[in-house]
Design a protein around this ligand. Structure first.
Ligand code: PAF
Length: 311
């Protein structure tokens, strides 16, 4: 695997492969790679001839109050993980290389309306424009390619797909399944910040999504009741504060009143300063491969899920 730090080096390294008609795979990341990222790189390596992994902690997608400065970084660990997973090129640009006039000197912003204002966008209003701007830049640097994104950031995936469609990027965007720890917690670079107690409580988010998906598969379609089911599960512990729990249409990301088989369950829960997100649909409930009967839903009062009259 070759490490490249400048845009011109990366373009020069890709060019001969493109001339040879090779299929180029791109896995954009912000580093601190874990098994979830590795699975994206492995998938790209199984489908493409040349795999580029990028690591850039993009300041444009962090608000002033967010964890940019403390975002975890591990250049050597990332290089080892990317190489073991099958990356050929490892692109590690500096801030100056990506934004020569600095963060405030970036005058262009790519934003995708509607999809960007709900869920994550409601509490992070500038996040998706910052994300889209850097992803558009990476697509422009890499050129036509197949790009791999994880479904843990399902909203991001939907927004990137919309951007590609609207702006005619020659990029195939592939969404890859969520990798989970044995207890169901979705893998995330931010999990390292959980205290042992928070880490023990954190799988409650996945448990909540599973409980609602199970209720839907059992015939309950009222989004109000399904949301209450999720809330009840989260309330079985005290460390996590719910930011949102939603049941949405997977294409428009709009909240639904009546769920159907295509509906997707989303949640964001804050454990201290660590904000975790996760999502699930019925197909993934089957695919988790986890023994869902083992989920600890003790203390959950099934009747508490019923909304009170007029609620
Ligand atoms: O998902 C991420 O890690 C980032 O949002 C991305 C897509 C690499 C853009 O900075």
């Amino acid at each position: 695997m070759k490490t490249l730090r400048t845009i011109s080096e990366l373009r020069a390294a890709i060019a001969p492969h493109r001339l040879d008609g090779k299929r180029i795979g791109l896995v954009p990341t912000m580093g601190y790679l874990h098994a979830g990222h590795a699975s994206l790189i492995e998938r790209a390596a199984s489908e493409c001839d040349l795999v580029i992994t990028t690591v850039f902690v993009n300041p444009l997608q962090f608000a002033a109050t967010e964890d940019l400065a403390s975002y975890p970084r591990d250049e050597q660990g990332d290089a080892d993980t990317a190489s073991a997973a099958g990356a050929d090129l490892f692109f590690l640009p500096s801030l100056d290389e990506m934004y020569p006039l600095g963060r405030d000197g970036v005058l262009t912003s790519v934003s995708v309306s509607d999809l960007s204002s709900v869920m994550e966008g409601a509490s992070r209003p500038t996040h998706f424009a910052g994300m889209c701007t850097v992803v558009a830049k990476l697509f422009n640097i890499a050129g036509p390619c197949t790009a791999y994104f994880g479904k843990k950031d399902f909203q991001q995936l939907a927004i990137v797909k919309a951007m590609v469609r609207d702006l005619s990027f020659e990029v195939d965007v592939i969404g890859c399944g969520i990798r989970r720890e044995a207890d169901g917690l979705a893998m995330s670079s931010r999990n390292v910040y959980l205290t042992p107690e928070q880490r023990t409580a954190a799988p409650v988010l996945f448990a909540a999504l599973c409980a609602a998906a199970q209720a839907l598969s059992g015939g309950e379609t009222s989004a109000e009741i399904l949301r209450a089911t999720m809330t009840d599960v989260i309330n079985t512990q005290t460390l996590g504060q719910v930011e949102y729990l939603e049941i949405v249409d997977p294409i428009t990301l709009g909240a639904v009143a009546q769920a159907d088989l295509h509906s997707r369950f989303f949640g964001a829960v804050r454990f201290g300063s660590v904000r975790l997100i996760d999502n699930l649909d019925l197909t993934e409930l089957d695919l988790t491969g986890l023994d869902l009967t083992g989920l600890d839903l003790t203390g959950l009062d099934p009747d508490a899920s019923q909304p009170s009259a007029g609620a």
